[in-house]
Design a binder for this molecule. Structure first.
Ligand SMILES: [Zn+2]
Length: 90
């Protein structure tokens, strides 16, 4: 599984395999611990996780970097789960 997370240093969105404990940000070089960090979406495929990370970058740019609320995060995960079911990966 691949996690979509946000760098604790520069807010860059990145993906991390779930077996990793830390993720080095390719942009600012800060290491983010996976444990305790906010996981936006969990995906089976890295390409899908990277696509969602890119979409979130655009969303955050529009919102001037403002993070998602718990409610918005919940909606994002629900929409992703529905889309993932439709795409027939189950
Ligand atoms: Zn960073």
């Amino acid at each position: 599984m691949f996690l979509v997370i946000r760098c604790g240093g520069c807010s860059h969105m990145m993906t991390a395999p779930d077996y990793r404990h830390h993720m080095l940000c390719p942009v600012c070089g800060v290491t983010t611990a996976l444990e305790g960090t906010r996981v936006y979406v969990t995906c089976r495929e890295r390409a899908v996780a990277e696509n969602i990370a890119e979409q979130l970058v655009r969303i955050f740019a529009r919102r001037h970097g403002k993070d998602l609320t718990e409610e918005e995060l919940h909606m994002l995960r629900q929409r992703f789960a529905a889309w993932e079911r439709q795409s027939g990966w189950f």
